[in-house]
Ligand binder design. Structure first.
Ligand code: GLY
Length: 375
């Protein structure tokens, strides 16, 4: 069968030539020749563990669903958004969608964005209430507006106009019970100044992680899912309930392009879970995709971003007693060749990520920058 062919630029030509043991061409002012290489890649879907562990009582996880769809010819953007609706709808997944841990007032507020490397478009929603699947609304923003990000009541109103069901409350018994436990631990009425209240809120949440009531990955929530099909088309989506018990209105990295997600159809994709503010300050997904563009392997690009975050984490309150970042952060990275990696600030908490290929879904070890635990 004839294989599809495409063109690569001179940088790729030099790298490919070196990899094959072919001498690099002499540099000259003459425009570089283009080289014909096979265009087909092995389809793959990459995610954090939420998109491989949660099936909402069904047969398939998000990565399996997305893989199934891309191999049937469904556009990659549709496949990944269809996939993440499984954990979004799963009441046991307390870091995203329905049953996500609520904000300080007990209201579930969700964030999401998606980006399509084919159409080079993106959409997002932030602090949306009452919609189990914010990823669907993010895609609707992408497809039906000239905007990237709708927030709060406006996002909810838009969802309603698009026919997406809006419910009065997305709490489950589990999320409500954990919120009440957090309220008991913090008693915010006694902390009238906002800074003390915010510090105590965060501290109380971390004590619940330490006591095993909330897993560290669910404390910050989030699933990210990125995929490439055999034609080399790439897309990604990130969706979350965000930081547990957050100040109402707080959104993290997940709906922000370049932070929670970035896709360049000519280069690759990157997305994130973990402490959103650390990612926002460094726009890591954009940074990682730029490193892919320079030719870095997904693992090296992800590690470079983690080192950047570590170097930029200087506030004492964000450092543990060893002077290291006192939070988790993870990146899931996929390049145009179908190579991928999952990297983590710490070798603790969530230690695997999800991959689905023609061989099925499997959890792979995350590569960690730092040994031990952040706490
Ligand atoms: N990474 C999710 C958040 O911080 O909201």
């Amino acid at each position: 069968m004839a294989r599809k062919l495409n063109k690569i630029n001179r940088r790729e030509f030099v790298k490919t030539g070196l990899a094959l043991g072919v001498a690099a061409p002499v540099v000259s002012a003459v425009p570089a020749p283009t080289m014909i290489v096979p265009a087909e890649v092995k389809p793959v879907v990459v995610s954090d563990i939420s998109s491989i562990r949660f099936k909402n009582g069904g047969e398939m996880s998000a990565v399996e669903k997305a893989f199934d769809l891309i191999t049937k010819g469904v556009p990659v953007i549709d496949a990944v958004v269809e996939g993440v609706q499984i954990p979004e709808n799963d009441p046991e997944e307390s870091g995203i969608g329905y049953g996500g841990l609520p904000n300080a007032e007990g209201v579930v507020q969700l964030d999401s964005c998606c980006m399509d490397g084919v159409t080079k478009r993106a959409g997002g929603v932030a602090a949306i209430e009452g919609v189990r699947t914010p990823s669907v609304v993010a895609k609707a923003v992408m497809e039906n507006t000239d905007h990237h990000l709708l927030v709060g009541d406006g996002a909810q109103s838009f969802a309603r106009q698009m026919g997406v069901p809006v419910e009065p409350d997305l709490n489950t018994e589990k999320s409500r019970r954990l919120w009440l436990e957090w309220k008991r631990r913090i008693d915010p009425e006694h902390y009238l100044d906002p800074k003390t209240r915010a510090d105590e809120s965060y501290r109380a949440g971390l004590t619940m992680v330490a006591d095993g009531l909330i897993s560290e990955d669910h404390f910050w929530g989030t699933t990210n899912c990125d995929a490439i099909n055999s034609a080399g088309e790439i897309a990604g989506v990130t969706t979350t309930s965000g930081l547990s018990f957050k100040i109402p209105g707080r959104t993290g990295d997940s709906p922000i392009l370049g932070a929670g997600l970035y896709v360049d159809g000519d280069v690759g994709a990157a997305g994130s879970t973990g402490r959103g503010e650390a990612n926002l300050y460094n726009l890591c997904s954009f940074f990682i995709v730029e490193k892919l563009r320079e030719g870095m392997h997904p693992k090296d690009a992800g590690m470079e971003a983690l080192r950047r975050v570590q170097a930029n984490t200087v506030e004492k309150r964000l450092l543990n007693d060893r002077g290291l970042p006192a939070f988790g952060l993870r990146f899931f990275v996929l390049n145009k060749k179908g190579e991928y990696a999952g990297v983590s600030m710490w070798a603790s908490g969530e230690t695997t990520y999800g991959v689905c290929t023609e061989n099925g879904a499997e959890e792979m070890p995350l590569e960690a920058l730092l040994d031990g635990s952040p706490f």
